[in-house]
Design a protein around this ligand. Structure first.
Ligand code: 0RA
Length: 645
């Protein structure tokens, strides 16, 4: 061991050790949670470092692999993390980056560090939360290496060979004692994020390989994400199952008052508003100053154009900001040096200066487009007028729902079988497909805390309905009143008031077949578009009724999939009768309680939203006109959807 490489324990490095211990003691403070989300967050954290290197102009390819043992390898062709002595710390810079909480790449003043995960905690947190991590750096003609165990350095940085390329490779194995729920990576979750990053950072190639699985040709599952055009391609991807009403994606990219701003938008023939915003590649789903800047720029510019062009001459009703965003799909992406994040989930941008930067950028971009494309301009303005007209109708319908919600005594829907408990935290409501299953559920439930609301047949596809149709729909009105959720302020017609919510568990209970999963998807679409906060609060669940009853003599056991069915049959020693449940209706009240409703034995799947932008795309695709992409998706997810063969 050379003198230089011998670890020297300065006061700072002892502090570093304490930092790492703190991450292990309070992981959620650093990565949000230690469930599925936190597990995937580790990957994003490492990839973000490589994205920073790419944004600094030194790297164009990043590869991510899920290895057979669920460890992850992230590799880039950047300059390589510096390996020389870090004067202040007395050890290699690589070791500082890997073991000092909050070190990041900050010692390099020139680095253009704008990326960084939700918490921007750095790769050292990943190291602390990994059973094992190996860093390999190609730099100065040599291959440098260091390994760590739960964040503890195993040996000083050493050279293990020579090479003429540069880059950084990190392989980490998440610690099972930290991630107790699961350490299994979901390919689609990572793919969605890598695709998003490729669109947000054009010109960077990001590949993803799943070394746990091979395709029919014997190759590992693999995808390459690359975008030449960035956000305009992202918008086209998000809207691929909707019909555009203008000829091009409207987009701009530039710097305003020192803030890099990128915007892309298109109008489609739907009624939904799909605005997505990002700060430093992080989805800011609570919005913030960049989003309000976008809204202001959009409203102002379109209003001005419509006024000046005389298109509003005969319009008697007032047009609101909302009307300009119906059928709009748009992405706003800004890079902010020192972002201030606010809001419940710290995903709301607070920096005031960003608002005018974005609104100016949008105004310039739109003004140019409207002037150059008068036909599109006319189409947009006509759409806005129609939206305003429909909004007036919607307001009336909404006020009806509101009135019903407020008069809660006797105001509950007749079909609701309520529970006797009144503390919302203890109450559950089952939304049940069909009146007959509703009847069984009503008999089987524990009426103390379980309420039943039967829903008739296929509920309205809110993805394709105008707002006022949604608020006029009987089943939807029943859901609002039963749940005690009220909606709509003048400023934001879809703003929810959850202060009087009557149940903290809303359980969607449908048949385990194609029709049932379609209905569940329709109900979920409704929650996603009109009661998203209920999902975000973690109040929405899906029930999982069993698929089989395996019988032998007096013995009865339920199975939720084919494997389980075969196992049970084997355990019973063969000679069993198997009943396939086609629907909830085939179960009696007791069976339904035992398998699906009794909190002691049931499995409820909590509905969570992994990636807001992708969820939006998936819902529009699932509920849209085009059949092939929907079939593809359902087939890929057949495992979850319980498709009836
Ligand atoms: C700071 C300085 C330099 C490189 C990096 C950070 C760097 C960090 C990571 C993390 C993942 N991949 C990375 N690639 C590079 C180099 C400064 C120099 O060479 O002058």
């Amino acid at each position: 061991m050379s003198e230089q490489n011998k670890p020297q324990y300065s006061a700072d490095s002892i502090q570093a050790l304490e930092g790492m211990e703190h991450v292990r003691m309070r992981p959620s403070m650093y990565i949000g949670d230690v469930g599925v989300r936190g597990l995937h967050h580790l990957v994003y954290e490492v990839v973000d470092n490589s994205i920073d290197e790419a944004l600094a102009g030194h790297c164009d390819t990043i590869s991510v692999a899920i290895n057979e043992d669920n460890s992850i390898t992230v590799k880039d062709n950047g300059r390589g993390i510096p390996v020389g002595l870090h004067k202040k710390e007395g050890v290699s810079a690589l070791e500082v980056v890997m073991t000092k909480i909050g070190a990041g790449g900050k010692f390099d003043k020139d680095s253009y560090k704008v990326s960084g995960g939700l918490h921007g905690v750095g790769v050292s947190c990943v190291n602390a939360l990994s059973e094992h991590l190996k860093a390999t750096v190609h730099r100065e003609g040599k291959i440098w290496q260091q390994e760590y165990s739960r964040g503890k350095t195993q040996y000083p940085v050493k050279t293990v060979g020579e090479i003429d390329t540069t880059g950084t490779e990190v392989t980490f194995l998440p610690d099972t004692t930290i991630f107790q729920q699961t350490t299994e990576y979901n390919y689609d979750t990572l793919a969605t994020r890598m695709r998003e990053l490729a669109y947000l950072n054009k010109g960077i190639t990001i590949t993803l390989t799943d070394k746990r699985r091979k395709d029919d040709e014997g190759e590992f599952i693999h995808e390459k994400f690359y975008s030449t055009e960035g956000l305009s391609e992202f918008v086209r991807y998000l809207d691929s199952t909707r019909n555009p009403i203008i000829s091009h994606v409207i987009s701009m990219e530039g710097e305003k008052n020192g803030t890099p701003v990128e915007v892309a938008m298109i109008y489609n023939d739907s009624y939904a508003e799909n605005l997505h915003s990002y700060v430093n590649n992080i989805n800011t789903h609570e919005g913030g100053t960049h989003l309000s800047g976008f809204r202001r720029g959009l409203t102002h510019t379109l209003k001005k154009y419509a006024d000046e062009s005389g298109l509003l001459k005969n319009v008697k009703f007032e047009i609101s900001g909302d009307d300009f965003r119906e059928g709009l799909t748009a992405i706003v992406s800004v890079k902010v040096g020192e972002p201030q994040f606010e809001g419940q989930t710290k995903t709301k941008l607070g920096n005031r200066e960003v608002s005018s930067a974005v609104s100016q950028a949008v105004a310039e971009m739109l003004t140019d487009y409207l002037e150059e494309n008068p036909n599109d301009a006319k189409t947009i303005v006509q759409k806005v007028i129609l939206a305003a007209q429909a909004r007036h109708a919607a307001r009336k319908a909404r006020e009806m729902v509101q009135r019903k919600t407020v008069m809660s005594i006797g105001g509950l829907p007749g079909k609701l079988s309520d529970c006797s408990e009144t503390d919302p935290a203890l109450c559950e409501i089952f939304l049940v497909e069909g009146d007959s299953a509703g009847g069984t559920a009503k008999q089987g439930r524990d009426r103390n805390f379980q309420a039943i609301l039967p829903l008739r047949g296929k509920i309205l596809n809110v993805e394709k309905a105008m707002q006022h149709k949604v608020f006029e729909n009987e089943e939807i009105k029943n859901m609002f009143t039963a749940l005690g959720v009220s909606i709509g302020t003048e400023e934001d017609p879809r703003a929810l008031n959850l202060s009087k919510v009557r149940y903290h568990k809303v359980v969607i209970m449908c048949d385990a077949d194609v029709d049932g999963s379609h209905i569940a998807t329709l109900i979920l679409t409704f929650f996603f578009r009109y009661m998203r906060e209920m999902i975000e609060q973690g109040y929405v669940y899906i029930a999982t009724p069993p698929l089989y009853l395996v019988k032998k003599g007096q013995k009865r056991e339920y199975a939720w999939d084919d494997n389980q069915r075969d196992m049970i049959a084997q355990q019973m020693g063969g000679g069993v009768t198997i009943q396939r449940y086609k629907g909830l209706g085939e179960m009696n009240a007791e069976q339904l309680w035992d398998t699906t409703m009794n909190p002691e034995f049931r499995t409820l799947r909590q509905v969570t939203i992994d990636n807001m932008t992708e969820a939006d795309r998936v819902f529009s695709m699932l509920m849209g006109d085009e059949v092939p992409p929907r079939r593809d998706f359902i087939e890929r997810n057949a495992k979850y959807a319980n498709i009836d063969a």
